[in-house]
Design a protein around this ligand. Sequence first.
Ligand SMILES: Cc1cc2nc3c(=O)[nH]c(=O)nc-3n(C[C@H](O)[C@H](O)[C@H](O)COP(=O)(O)O)c2cc1C
Length: 280
Amino acid sequence: MKNLNFSIDKNKCISCNACVKDCPRDIIKNPDGKIPGIPPELAADCLECQHCLAVCPTAAISILGVSPDDCLPLTIGSLPTLAQETRLLRGRRSIRQFRQQNVNPGQIQELLATVANSPTGCNDRALRFTVIDDLAVMRRLLVRLVNLLEFEINQGRLDAESFLAEAVTAYRKDGTDNFFRGAPHALIVSAGPAATCPVEDANIALSYFELLAQSAGLGTLWCGMLKFALDAAPELKKVLKLDGEQYFYTVLFGIPAVHYARTVQRDNAAEVRRIAIDEL
Ligand SMILES: Cc1cc2nc3c(=O)[nH]c(=O)nc-3n(C[C@H](O)[C@H](O)[C@H](O)COP(=O)(O)O)c2cc1C
């Protein structure tokens, strides 16, 4: 029997049934209209989403070892405004100039703890966060990557005309880093075998990370190059423990060495299609 540690403080519960109504699995019951509860035989169906804890207006519910005191209150006006969010989203840019210094590991941990709350399909949270939080490790990874790609080219397994091969050539010529763009850190989010929505889950988490990082004064860069490079050099995938994962993607990050004075304006890039009622 699954133990959810679901408890309701009877002195706080006002029997409003907000938890009953909001439970996505409909496992919270209140047949006599007094104090809601989860029948033991339904516990296994719990999605572990914590909606009951979050929706309770009187902070009466604890579940899975989490109590209302562990949560941030969501009072009116406590969230960023639409104008602030708009500026954040439009102000986010790909950073390709970074300070060559480490970000405080405690700050990275704090950001990742928040990102771990991003939504996942079926709430199965089968994501792994692999972080390179040391500039020296990042530099070693770059050297390793270039060596391995070169090996693949020499073996004839990687096209010498490919963009990866071009990046290797540029690096060998004068140290130009078209792989990591000098970023001191990388976050690789991978979805393990249990993930129902591996691609969506990993990319949502990375998107949350990138926006949060920006608010923490950090710059980010999605890194398709690492994805392609690891696919071309599977040995390194093993070293990074990504070989058994269903999917992974990477966002590089660090303290930016560039400041953008204004937002991006490419609104016309979105072709918005409306479905009219007579089309259905
Ligand atoms: C999935 C994805 C992969 C990307 N991979 C790289 C990359 O490997 N190297 C790079 O310099 N930029 C990469 N970018 C950044 C894009 O080039 C960039 O988002 C785009 O030019 C728009 O610029 P902006 O992000 O500053 O608004 C990637 C972006 C995305 C969304």
